[in-house]
Design a protein around this ligand. Structure first.
Ligand SMILES: [Fe+2]
Length: 246
């Protein structure tokens, strides 16, 4: 099976359209989305409409999805993120709000051997930034593979015999070979708001037959996304950061 692993679209339609184009050339059997369809970007309705075309898909909600649906308060967000959440609430169609409300809380186990979550398997809002966080996360995973999002950094943590080692996957074509007896926590990076100083959208493909995870980066029409953010009167910083990849 070939799984597309993707996360953190954040209302960025142009990046998502580029992903859809990319997957046309790939033979994807199952989509795994790790949360945050909305927040920051100006196209939440379009994203929710389009994600319905990806089948079969397994997904979990992100912290922005939760806050936009009113299941969480915006007080834990910084002022820029909070104002984007309020903008999204005001502009979301009712049926799309219902879609967000129905998203499942992570972690979820897929096909018995894969865990998916947004932040971490023990707390959907927790950021796994380093080996200390990853060590805690491995205590809460019963599968050898766990995919997570939330930080917007492509990253792999390996755990063997209690030792945890993390690697930042910089660059555009990394490959991780899944070894027996090792457990993995893997972040594909972000589709709609990469933060690793690389403005290209990020995703990964896990091939369960070859036991490889390949990481990809691809261009999208950033100027168009920025234009939409400014036209929507969202905070201009949300447009600026996209071209810097921060
Ligand atoms: Fe996010």
């Amino acid at each position: 099976m070939r799984y597309l692993i993707f996360a953190d679209i954040h209302g960025n339609l142009e990046a998502f359209l580029s992903l859809l184009k990319f997957v046309q050339e790939q033979k994807i059997d199952h989509y795994l989305f790790l949360g945050d369809l909305v927040g920051y970007g100006a196209s939440p309705n379009e994203i929710i409409q389009k994600i319905r075309s990806l089948k079969p898909i397994s997904m979990v909600r992100g912290n922005h999805d939760k806050a936009v649906s009113g299941l969480d308060s915006v007080q834990t967000f910084n002022p820029i993120a909070a104002s984007a959440i309020q903008w999204t609430q005001q502009n979301l169609l009712k049926r799309n709000l219902n879609y967000l409300l129905e998203l499942k809380q992570g972690p979820q186990i897929i096909h018995e051997n894969i865990t998916i979550c947004h932040g971490s398997p023990f707390d959907e809002d927790y950021y796994i930034f380093g080996e200390f966080d990853a060590s805690e996360a491995f205590l809460h995973i019963n599968t050898s593979l766990c995919f997570f999002g939330h930080t917007h950094f492509p990253f792999v943590f390996r755990e063997k015999d209690g030792f945890v080692e993390g690697t930042f996957l910089s660059g555009n074509s990394n490959e991780v070979k899944i070894e027996e007896g090792v457990r993995y926590l893997i972040n594909p990076g972000s589709i709609g708001q990469p933060r690793d100083r690389n403005s290209q959208a990020a995703c990964a493909i896990y091939n369960s037959k070859t036991q490889k995870v390949n990481f990809y980066r691809f261009e999208y029409n950033i100027e168009e996304t920025q234009k939409k953010i400014l036209q929507a009167n969202l905070p201009p910083a949300l447009a600026e950061r996209l071209s810097m990849g921060i």
